[in-house]
Design a protein around this ligand. Structure first.
Ligand code: BYC
Length: 483
């Protein structure tokens, strides 16, 4: 079967890439499949594999009707391979090959670079499932539990998306890399996941929502950049992944928004004016806004590290070779070569945080990170609207990009959220004001009690405005009896 809009469900692996006509790749994927299921059963959502969950499954790549909702047990989810439609006469849009026909096969000289990009992207997907595997137990509602599992199965599908590229285009090394993706484990000291943030814990639901807001948004930016790739199968794969990714960020943004809403409502009801009176707010059984600020500081800074160094020859090479572009490359009005252009980059000069122009080609990571920061800032403003509307006086803010960094220009210094360089002693004495402390973690953990009654929500989070798939408030998103 040729590539179609419709997804072929007659094969074990649903797809729109004509897998039944490609016995070599079909076989390779069928061999990989049991290892994947094994990984899912041991590292996927713990304790819920036998329950029916109201999930969407992609049935087409038509943007208007691509998903269908139904009850499904997660291990029986139809993880499939879906590529966005091929664009006629697509050309490489940037770098040294600009204007050439987009590649349908891997150019030999770029094989190692492309493989690396695909493996890094692939590695993050199962990592996030591993990080979130215990959260079902403390879900604040069936609605939230469903959303968690939806995100998890789709991250699983994104792993399939990258594994398909490895098997189809990278022969033996591709197969080995695909195996490796099932072997590494988030947080494992001996075989960790590749990127820092994916080895951190996601201990509670506030972290989950912050992660899906901040870290999935890095996913969006990276996928947007890879969607520009001159290697057409990668571009098409990423374009379809972005369709699913939007829901993940929705989960994060509305999750945090609903916690804020509930906190502000409880404060108003109790007549608490001072949002920084943490003890008083915590007595109400909700999460105080300063603690939410600390969690945002943590997840934002960890996510900034995912952009790599501000000045990077790797990034310059990816760009120059036409493999990874900038955010919305096609909408940028320049020569798409960047031979003589410069870009302002945050730098540490004589212990001071400043900005200096660098060649734009080596500053590609920095530019993507700037686009990311702007996108995050808009979301934070939407949270601030929720606070403002409630009448509470408090503002959430993104910390300075030098704050709490582990990669790049600011990795070796400590800085305050306002961007002031600090001595080690200063940092040690003040860091608990800016990052979640042990006591904050314990308080949040004390709230993480399951709330699984239909239509009910935990004390610390407001219900959503509308249900998933427009379902009523008491809809049974997860058939929980027997869990
Ligand atoms: N942790 O030149 P540099 C998602 C390494 S999230 C550990 O500064 P480069 C998702 C780097 O590999 C999106 N190591 O950086 C979200 C290099 O190593 P080698 C995932 C790091 O290469 C939520 C060295 O440091 N996709 O989809 O320009 C849920 C120097 O590198 C880190 C991608 O990231 C780090 N944070 O940029 C589920 C896209 N940062 O070569 C999913 C593909 C850097 O010296 N990846 N290093 O051994 C890339 O485009 C680039 O590899 C990076 C790094 C942007 C990650």
């Amino acid at each position: 079967m040729p590539e179609t809009q419709h997804v072929d469900y007659s094969t074990k692996i649903p797809n729109n890439v004509g897998l039944s006509d490609d016995q070599r790749v079909l076989k390779a994927l069928e061999q990989w499949h049991p290892g994947y299921i094994d990984w899912w059963m041991t590292m996927g959502p713990e304790g819920f594999q036998g329950l029916e969950v109201y999930l969407r499954t992609a049935v087409s790549i038509d943007p208007k009707g691509w998903a269908k909702f139904d009850y499904v047990k997660m291990p029986q989810y139809r993880w499939g391979i879906l590529l966005a439609p091929r664009m006629e006469d697509r050309r490489v849009g940037f770098g040294a090959h600009k204007g050439e026909k987009a590649w349908q096969e891997v150019p030999g000289e770029y094989r190692a670079m492309l493989r690396r990009l695909i493996v890094i992207q692939g590695d993050t997907e199962p990592a996030s499932v591993e990080q979130q595997r215990f959260l079902g137990r403390t879900a604040p509602s069936l609605y939230d539990m469903r959303n968690l599992f939806q995100v998890n199965v789709e991250e699983g599908r994104h792993l399939w998306a990258m594994v398909y590229l490895l098997h189809k285009y990278f022969g033996k090394d591709g197969r080995e890399e695909a195996e490796g993706l099932l072997q590494r484990r988030s947080g494992d000291p001996d075989r960790p996941r590749m990127l820092g943030a994916f080895n951190e814990e996601t201990p509670d639901w506030l972290s989950f929502f912050m992660f899906t807001f901040f870290t999935d948004r890095d996913g969006k930016m990276q996928l947007e950049s890879l969607a520009q790739s001159g290697f057409d199968p990668l571009s098409r794969t990423c374009r379809f992944m972005l369709t699913e990714e939007a829901h993940h960020m929705f989960v994060g943004e509305t999750g945090v928004g609903r916690i804020i809403e509930r906190t502000c409502q409880a404060m108003r009801e109790a007549g608490i004016e001072d949002a920084t009176d943490i003890a008083a707010v915590r007595k109400l059984g909700v999460i105080d806004l300063p603690t939410m600020q600390k969690k945002a500081n943590l997840h934002f800074s960890l996510s900034l590290d995912l952009f790599g160094s501000e000045v990077s020859t790797n990034a310059a090479n990816y760009y120059n070779c036409g493999l990874k572009g900038r955010y919305q490359e096609t909408r940028i009005d320049d020569d798409h070569l960047l031979a003589n252009a410069t870009y302002p980059v945050g730098k540490l000069v004589g212990g001071k945080i400043t900005v200096a122009d660098e060649p734009a080609l080596t500053a590609i990571n920095m530019r993507l990170r700037d686009d990311y920061v702007a996108d995050c800032a808009k979301g934070v403003e939407r949270w601030n609207k929720v606070i403002e509307t409630s009448g509470v006086r408090y503002r959430l803010e993104l910390p300075h990009v030098a704050f709490h960094r582990g990669i790049g220009e600011f990795a070796n210094i400590e800085a305050s959220p306002s961007g002031e360089a600090l001595s080690e002693a200063d940092w040690q004495s003040r860091k608990d004001r800016w990052l979640p402390s042990k006591a904050d973690g314990e308080y949040i953990a004390s709230l993480m009690k399951p709330c699984w009654e239909r239509g009910k929500f935990a004390s610390w989070i407001a219900p959503p405005k509308v249900g998933i798939d427009n379902r009523a408030g008491d809809f049974e998103y997860v058939k929980i009896a027997g869990a």
